[in-house]
Design a protein around this ligand. Structure first.
Ligand code: OSB
Ligand code: MG
Length: 369
């Protein structure tokens, strides 16, 4: 593949609804996009790094620096065969997985277009539709939370995930279970609890949660393994799983029984597929996490979610839950059964709205071969 140009862009997009987690409140997104011009085609990648280094150690500005000084120059000079060429190409750069994923995923997006196959198929996907859940942020009141859940269940979503933190945990689990005793319900603590909270977390077993996502430190396996021995509910790791080796260690130590795969968090589609395969071989189900993506990242998440071991409903949901207007056409929609149909057309299956992106752009830099 011959790359003619790479364009880095930062776009600013207000969220349709503010999103609160145990680590903070997000009202709008700053997003780095990677655009590749090659073979007469245009390919896209989205960087999922946040505005602050609160989810992980990456953020938009670190991703931008690594992109412009290290990744774009390497990609321009590369002898590229496809997405599989990227890990080796970027290997010398330590960490910065979200920045790398934006480039690697753009190359996969390009490869799918060049080969004229759906991106999902190129990645090894087999599902025609993917099961969808929603992640519901911490709300100003319990009433508002109950309203949101009712709305999402009415829309058809198959699993409700509640963001939680001390003071916003047992009280909401109890209230939700009283009204909806049988729904698939999980929670995500985003690393806010500590070992002193072990007895407290043990009481959650009575709520019949599908899983408890990343309750302890963002970089921990050992203490999650101690916690998993004390509770019946499955632990799911998100933040702590950076690559296939982490997945192997976590599974072997029984730090979790379920894994959330975020393609940005693990550095791109190659590693995401490797984590998926490692988990599948060991009987550990996975699901696709979200990072408040625009339609570009969302389209890529849909393609990834079509792999066979993505057997649990993920956090990939309709564009309209995040944006007044998405930057792809058509917007991502979910059926009344809580499913998204995997595109069967070549490439990512959604058109990128370049004119809209131009209007949202606040910073740009181009690299030419
Ligand atoms: O931990 O899964 C997470 C959003 C931003 C950062 C981290 C997380 C989340 C979500 C929302 O839970 C997922 C989504 O709906 O995109
Ligand atoms: Mg999470």
């Amino acid at each position: 593949l011959t790359i003619d140009a790479i364009h880095l862009r930062e776009i600013n997009m207000p969220l349709a609804h503010p999103f609160e987690t145990s680590f903070g409140l997000t009202t709008g997104r700053r997003i780095m996009l990677v655009e590749i011009e090659a073979e007469g085609l245009t390919a896209w990648g989205e960087c999922v790094a946040g505005e602050h280094p609160y989810f992980s150690d990456e953020m938009v500005d670190t991703a931008w620096i690594i992109a412009e000084t290290e990744l774009a120059p390497r990609l321009l000079e590369a002898d590229l065969e496809g997405g599989n060429s990227c890990p080796t190409l970027f290997k010398q750069v330590r960490g910065h997985r979200m920045a790398k994923a934006a480039f690697e995923n753009a190359v996969w997006d390009l490869e799918a277009q060049v080969e004229r196959v759906p991106l999902a198929k190129l990645l090894g996907g087999t599902r025609k539709v993917i099961p969808c859940g929603v992640s519901i942020g911490i709300q100003p009141s319990l009433e508002q939370l109950m309203d949101k859940i009712a709305t999402e269940l009415d829309a058809g979503y198959q699993r409700i995930k509640l963001k939680c933190k001390p003071g916003w945990d047992n009280r909401i689990f109890e209230a939700v279970r009283k009204v909806w005793p049988d729904i698939l319900l999980s929670c995500d603590a985003n690393s806010v609890y500590r070992m002193k909270d072990l007895d407290h977390i043990t009481t959650w077993d009575e709520f019949g949660l599908l899983m408890i996502e990343q309750p302890l430190w963002y970089d921990d396996f050992y203490f999650h393994s101690m916690l998993q021995k004390r509770i019946e509910t499955a632990i799911c790791l998100d933040e702590a799983i950076r690559n296939r080796r982490d997945a192997l260690a976590a599974i072997d130590m029984e730090s979790c029984r379920i894994i959330n795969i975020k393609v940005g968090r693990v550095g791109g589609f190659c590693e995401a597929v490797a984590v998926h395969n490692a988990a599948a071989e060991r009987g550990i189900p996975v699901w696709c996490g979200g990072m408040l993506e625009t339609g570009i990242g969302r389209a890529h998440n849909i393609a990834l979610s079509s792999l066979p071991n993505f057997s649990l409903p993920g956090d990939v949901s309709a564009s309209s839950r995040y944006w007044e207007q998405d930057i792809i056409e058509p917007a991502v929609t979910v059926s009344s059964k809580g499913e998204i149909t995997v595109p069967t057309t070549p490439g990512r299956g959604f058109e990128v709205q370049k004119d809209r992106i131009e209007r949202l752009t606040v910073r740009r830099q181009s690299f030419h071969a």
